[in-house]
Design a protein around this ligand. Structure first.
Ligand code: CO
Length: 259
C-alpha cells in the first residue's frame, strides 16, 4: 500500500493529531469561540505547528478533532514568514465576488495529494472574524489567500473540498475515499455533508468539468438586453489551465496547497 502523502502520526509539542475523512467531526458545524483565553491561544499555537509540520497552508479546528469555529493559515506555508500567519475565530464571509476562480485543491484530511481536484471559489471576499484576543477584524481578501480562507471556512461548516468537485473529479478520487472509509475504525463515519449547507454553497459546486457558475450581471438593461453574437468573455479565470484536467494552473505557486 502506498504510504506517501500520509500525515505524520504526531507533532512537536502537542497531543493533537490530524483527523481524516470520514471522521464525523469534519461534517459538524463548529461551535463559536466564546472565551479568548490562554487555552485558546495555546491551541492556536499548536495548530500552527501542525500546519507547518504537515506541509500545509491552512488548518481548521475540526481537522484536529476540535469542533470549533477556528482556523489558522499562512498562504505561503512558509514557517519563515510568520508575519503572514492568521488566526481566525468565528469567521463570517460577508460578501463573495461574482468573479470566480477554479483551481486545484487538496486537503490534509483526505490524504492531500491523493484526493486533489478542481474547486470553484470566489476571487474576492469581504470577511469578518476575531483574532485570538477577540479583536474584531474586517477586511477584503483576494488571490490565493481568499481561496485558502474559503477552504478553511468550509471546514468549520462541515464541508470538504471534494464536495465542490465536478462529478467526474469526485468519481476519480472515490477509490481513495473508499480506502479511507475502510481504514476508519473509530465508529460510524459521515460520508456526505449536511444537505441544507450543501445546497447553499457559494459559489455553487462545479456541475461538470469545465463548467462555470453563471456570473451575476449587474441589473443594468444595457448589459442584459443586446445579445451579441460574440459572447463576451466571462469575468472568470479558469484554472483548468495548461495541463488540462483541472490540475495545476491558477493562483499560488509551488506545491504547498494542502489545507
Ligand atoms: Co482542508
Amino acid at each position: 500500500m502506498m504510504t506517501m502523502n500520509l500525515n505524520p502520526a504526531s507533532f512537536t509539542g502537542t497531543d493533537l493529531t490530524i483527523t481524516e475523512y470520514p471522521n464525523p467531526v469534519l461534517r459538524r458545524r463548529g461551535d463559536d469561540i466564546a472565551k479568548f483565553d490562554d487555552a485558546l491561544r495555546q491551541t492556536c499555537k499548536e495548530m500552527i505547528t501542525i500546519m507547518y509540520e504537515a506541509d500545509g497552508v491552512g488548518l481548521a479546528a475540526p481537522q484536529v478533532n476540535l469542533s470549533l469555529r477556528l482556523f489558522v493559515y499562512n498562504p505561503t506555508g512558509d514557517v519563515a514568514r510568520p508575519e503572514l500567519e492568521r488566526i481566525v475565530c468565528n469567521p463570517r464571509i460577508v460578501t463573495y465576488s461574482d468573479t470566480v476562480v477554479v483551481d486545484c485543491e487538496g486537503c490534509l484530511s483526505s490524504r492531500s495529494g491523493r484526493c486533489e481536484g478542481s474547486v470553484c471559489r470566489a476571487k474576492e471576499l469581504m470577511v469578518e472574524y476575531q483574532d485570538e484576543d477577540g479583536r474584531k477584524i474586517r477586511k477584503k481578501l483576494t488571490g490565493f489567500e481568499a481561496i485558502v480562507f474559503q477552504h478553511e471556512f468550509d471546514h468549520v461548516e462541515g464541508i470538504l473540498h471534494f464536495d465542490r468537485f465536478a462529478p467526474e473529479d469526485r468519481t476519480n478520487i472515490q477509490p481513495e475515499l473508499e480506502i479511507m472509509i475502510g481504514e476508519y475504525t473509530k465508529g460510524d463515519g459521515v460520508l456526505e455533508p449536511d444537505a441544507t449547507v450543501f445546497k447553499s454553497l457559494k459559489p455553487p459546486p462545479l456541475v461538470r468539468k469545465g463548467w462555470m457558475p453563471p456570473i451575476e450581471l449587474p441589473s443594468i438593461p444595457s448589459l442584459l438586453k443586446p445579445k451579441s453574437k460574440n459572447k463576451s468573455k466571462p469575468a472568470v479565470k479558469a484554472g483548468f489551465g495548461a495541463g488540462g484536467g483541472g490540475m495545476g494552473g491558477g493562483i499560488g505557486k509551488g506545491k504547498k496547497k494542502k489545507k
